[in-house]
Write a protein that binds this ligand. Structure first.
Ligand SMILES: Nc1ncnc2c1ncn2[C@@H]1O[C@H](COP(=O)(O)OP(=O)(O)OP(=O)(O)O)[C@@H](O)[C@H]1O
Ligand SMILES: [Mg+2]
Length: 388
């Protein structure tokens, strides 16, 4: 069987082989669901198979080998462009994106050779065409990856500057008022309070940034697990958020045993991010409902529910990616889009997980699930884990 027919007919087998490789070798792929991982690889492959069937002149082949495709809008290039920008948005690095093509190419050639094709002039020619088309797709994908990465970096720097400037200008104005007040011997507690609040906001932005940068450097998030009563942690966070959001209702209920072994400050940060999001993105006239579920022996979960329109299924998982914000915040530019990423990193550092469910009946529920005991977390080979 010719190579392009083989690719079309055996695409399931090729995808299974490719997927096994990707799951093993590409850390960012481990968080992706199989469908998302397969989708674009399949499209790239189908487009490559189609490209191989197109007649090609000697001149076109020479141009292609020099990286100057004469069909820049070809299906292969287009699929690869989408692939490149999707991978940039999914936390892949450029090596991993290129590794996907290597895996795809190796899977195709290995399975085709195993099928025992007769290797005449036509088959060798097809193999050359296949490699050319793959190279072209790889180049297009990397180019788009780089463009998307640069766009995200610029967007991030823009949002960061905006975010830092707002509290900074409050601090400067209030500081100025305080200097004047001191000259006139007049106390100004409200201005002092604004200085403190602005500074806290900047501190929390910088803390988030540091967590993000550290986790991106492959250090993972460090956690120091101790005996903790989850109910006490959640009550503390909920009390703080109630005080900061007068008029909002935040309910908290506990089922079963709320004790576990975890990093108290990190878990408090995760709960605070989730309840903070529910307050920010849920309608102001509906309650936010937090619930600790300790009814299972080996795990404990905290979930936070809010009302409002459901989050579309297609965008749900991407909300956990760093620097991803919903459409409403893109416009106003209030946040960095790091909150849920940090929640998931904290859950993973405890060998747990973070997830979201959203529908019109129940609303939106973000949950964190943790193993109850330290032993599960401590025995795992997680590099960021540090026991005190
Ligand atoms: N409870 C929720 N209900 C509806 N949408 C939500 C909820 N939580 C998060 N989102 C959506 O997910 C996006 C990402 O949330 P995340 O907490 O990661 O970032 P952020 O809130 O935009 O910024 P940051 O938390 O860094 O200040 C939000 O911009 C919002 O669109
Ligand atoms: Mg948030």
């Amino acid at each position: 069987m010719g190579l392009s027919d083989f690719i079309t007919l055996e695409s399931e087998k090729i995808m299974a082989e490719f997927e096994a490789f990707a799951m093993q070798q590409l850390p960012a792929a481990a968080d992706m669901d199989v469908a998302a991982l397969r989708d674009h690889a399949r499209q790239v492959l189908q487009a490559v198979a189609l490209d191989m069937l197109q007649p090609q002149t000697k001149r076109e082949q020479r141009e292609k080998s020099l990286g100057h495709s004469t069909r820049a809008d070809g299906a292969g290039v287009e699929a690869a462009q989408i692939h490149g920008s999707m991978r940039a948005a999914s936390g892949f690095n450029v090596n991993q994106t290129a590794a996907e093509y290597r895996a795809l190419r190796a899977s195709v050639i290995r399975l085709w050779m195993e099928s025992g094709p007769k290797l005449g002039r036509d088959e060798v020619f097809e193999l050359v065409r296949f490699n050319e088309a793959m190279d072209e797709a790889l180049a297009a994908s990397i180019l788009y990856f780089a463009t998307e990465a640069a766009r995200m970096r610029n967007l991030f720097l823009g949002v960061l500057s905006h975010e830092l400037r707002t509290p900074l200008s409050t601090i400067m104005t209030s500081g100025h008022s305080l200097v004047l007040a001191a000259q006139q011997n007049k106390p100004m507690p409200a201005a002092a309070d604004r200085v403190l609040r602005g500074s806290r906001r900047i501190q929390s932005l910088l803390d988030d940034l540091l967590d993000y940068v550290r986790s991106g450097l492959g250090e993972g998030m460090r956690v120091s697990p101790k005996d903790v009563d989850m109910a006490v942690v959640c009550e503390r966070i909920v009390a703080e958020l109630r005080a900061n959001n007068p008029g909002r209702v935040i309910e908290l209920e506990t089922l079963g045993d709320s004790t576990c072994v975890c990093d108290e400050e990190r878990i408090a940060q995760a709960v605070s991010n989730l309840v903070g999001n529910a307050l920010k993105y849920g309608p102001a006239d509906t309650p936010v409902k937090a619930r600790i579920d300790g009814s299972a022996a080996d795990q404990i979960s905290v979930s936070v529910q809010n009302g409002g329109p459901p989050i579309p299924e297609a965008t749900r998982e991407s909300l956990f990616e760093p620097l991803v914000r919903g459409a409403e915040t893109e416009r106003e530019g209030y946040n960095l889009g790091l909150g849920l990423y940090i929640v998931r990193e904290i859950a993973l550092a405890h060998r747990g997980s973070a997830s979201v469910q959203s529908d019109a009946q129940v609303g939106t529920v973000f949950s964190v699930r943790l193993p109850r005991g330290a032993s599960d977390a401590a025995s795992a080979a997680f590099p960021g884990l540090r026991m005190n």
